[in-house]
Design a protein around this ligand. Structure first.
Ligand code: 6PG
Length: 521
């Protein structure tokens, strides 16, 4: 017997007095366990928000700052929306922020579901993992056939597939929708990546298009296809995000330890780069980070942050999926790996006293010219990182029958999301010219750029290697480019070795067939 039923069984007296508080308490602890968040305060019986008579167009569960901002964005666009969170403090905060709007903050899940028009459209913005299942479990008994649940979190696409399948059996539509742009994006317009049943998507299309970011008047949302494709695309978005962030981290290290530049100087370079070809959200926020001082102090915030980075899993999943599909995405792989190296802080401190390298100083007589080349190396590596992610999606589309339109993906990534950049318009044009493009790097316009930028990239990286600076994401980007453009690689030796020790056979350049050599005879 499920615990919920057990409680009902033991307390069949005054349901409202005993069962509801106990049920809420039990489910809340379930949620809090799943999130591992002990900071949330439990505040159940808040009767401030009475059950309204009218019906709301969409309901959102998960009223963290992102959820609240998205609801405010929807209300701004003229939609009547409702919100719910187990943590009633979040509901209170929403209602304070939404005073000027027609919005309903529900005090329990039943009232919340009852307040929605049919078919109900319920957007979840809760942490990925078990908690999504707990929320679905809570909703299910209250839902009707054809209701729509939209998971806007960073769920693993395989989990989304399972949820879609089991909910479809109950007649409920489940849309996996990547939402990118953080709290600010949610308020001003995020980029959204929906996948699932098309008819169900059409029912939420109007509201989602209205709240999404716009570029040249076009919404940064498009229906991506059946199944879990929305969460797949968001996963790869995040993989690319990891790669770009690591490249920016290495650029900072080259400027700081390699060139001895001050924070304001570093900020100045990123600001200038952001005004030209490298125009992007991540370069923009990076320039701002180097300007930020601690309140009432001359110290910069960046200098007091521990050099050990965390992650929630989407980069790792992208990397694992690349391995599963046999698709090389080395910049993304190493971006995940370098986060892990960063976390070995104590080991690194100890090793720094044992292992020798160079001085970290870049040997150059012309710093200004070097910085200009560094900009080109970053631009080159940004393009190569996107190319890896896009190539992975092309392969996944074949393998999982996603029928993914990469022109559409480039289009909706131009605004609102974390990887938005001027470059995305170049990529969109490339896929528009050739929807079957195997790799962005071989598009004529992009190839022209790479051919020009690669020389400076090599010069910069040669100096970095001599200096001892760790620039793994840059090196992996160049290695991907060099590997991809090599007509002939050394893989014939690997085949010979495999055949030598394991009779694994090999194919030949001059003849069709499978061959084996008795190497020691
Ligand atoms: C976005 C981001 C977001 C993600 C953070 C943190 O598109 O808005 O990708 O979804 O949660 O970037 O990810 P990590 O904790 O793994 O760095």
């Amino acid at each position: 017997m499920r615990t919920k039923e057990k409680i009902l069984f033991y307390f069949n007296g005054n349901f409202n007095d005993i069962c509801i508080p106990l049920l809420e308490l039990y489910l809340s602890f379930q949620y809090l366990d799943a999130i591992g968040n002990s900071e949330q305060t439990l505040n159940f019986h808040n009767n401030t928000f009475n059950m309204p008579k009218k019906k709301y167009e969409l309901g959102l569960i998960g009223l963290g700052v992102m959820g609240r901002n998205l609801l405010l964005n929807m209300a701004d666009s003229g939609f009547a929306v409702a919100g719910y969170d187990k943590n009633q403090d979040q509901v209170k905060t929403l209602m304070e922020e939404a005073k000027a709007y027609d919005m309903y903050g529900a005090k329990n899940v039943k009232d919340f579901v009852r307040s929605l028009e049919s078919p109900r459209k319920i957007l979840l913005l809760v942490p990925a993992g078990k908690i999504v299942d707990y929320v679905i479990q809570d909703l299910l008994p209250l839902l009707d056939k054809d209701d729509i649940i939209i998971d806007g979190g960073n769920s693993f696409f395989r989990d989304t597939e399972k949820r879609q399948k089991s909910l479809a059996e109950k007649g409920i539509h489940f849309i996996g929708m990547g939402v990118s742009g953080g709290a600010e994006g949610a308020r001003r317009g995020p980029s959204m990546m929906p996948g699932g049943n098309k008819k169900a998507y059409n029912k939420i299309k109007k509201i989602m298009e209205a709240v999404s970011a716009k570029v040249n008047g076009e919404p940064c949302i498009t229906y991506l296809g059946q199944g879990a494709v929305g969460h797949y695309v968001k996963m790869v978005h995040n993989g690319i995000e990891y790669g770009l962030m690591q490249l920016l981290g290495e650029t900072y290290d080259i400027m700081k330890r390699g060139c001895n530049l001050s924070n304001p100087k570093i900020a100045g370079h990123f600001t200038e780069w952001n005004e030209n070809e490298l125009d992007s959200f991540l370069v923009e926020i990076t320039s701002k980070i180097f300007k930020k001082k601690r309140k009432g102090s001359k110290k910069y915030v960046i200098d007091i942050i521990m050099d050990a980075s965390k992650s929630k899993g989407t980069g790792k999943w992208t990397s694992q999926n690349g391995m599963d599909l046999g698709m090389p995405i080395p910049t993304i792989d190493i971006a995940v790996g370098t986060r892990y190296i960063s976390r070995l802080k104590d080991e690194r401190v100890a090793a720094s006293k044992i292992l020798k390298g160079a001085s970290y100083k870049i040997k150059t007589n012309d710093k200004a010219a070097f910085i200009e080349k560094l900009r080109n190396a970053l631009y080159f590596s940004f393009i190569v990182t996107y190319a890896q992610g896009m190539a992975l999606m092309r392969e996944a589309s074949e393998e999982y029958k996603f029928k993914l339109d990469l022109e559409g993906v480039s289009r909706i990534w131009r605004g609102g999301c974390i990887v938005r950049a001027a470059l995305l318009e170049d990529f969109r044009k490339a896929y528009d010219r050739n929807p079957k493009l195997v790799n962005l790097m071989v598009d004529k316009d992009i190839a022209k750029k790479l051919n020009k930028l690669q020389k400076d990239t090599r010069e910069v990286l040669a100096l970095c290697i001599q200096s001892g600076l760790p620039v793994a994401a840059f090196l992996n980007s160049l290695a991907y480019y060099d590997g991809y453009r090599s007509e002939r690689l050394s893989a014939n030796l690997i085949q010979a070795q495999r055949d030598f020790f394991g009779s694994h056979t090999y194919e030949r350049l001059d003849k069709k067939g499978i061959f084996h050599t008795e190497w020691e005879k």
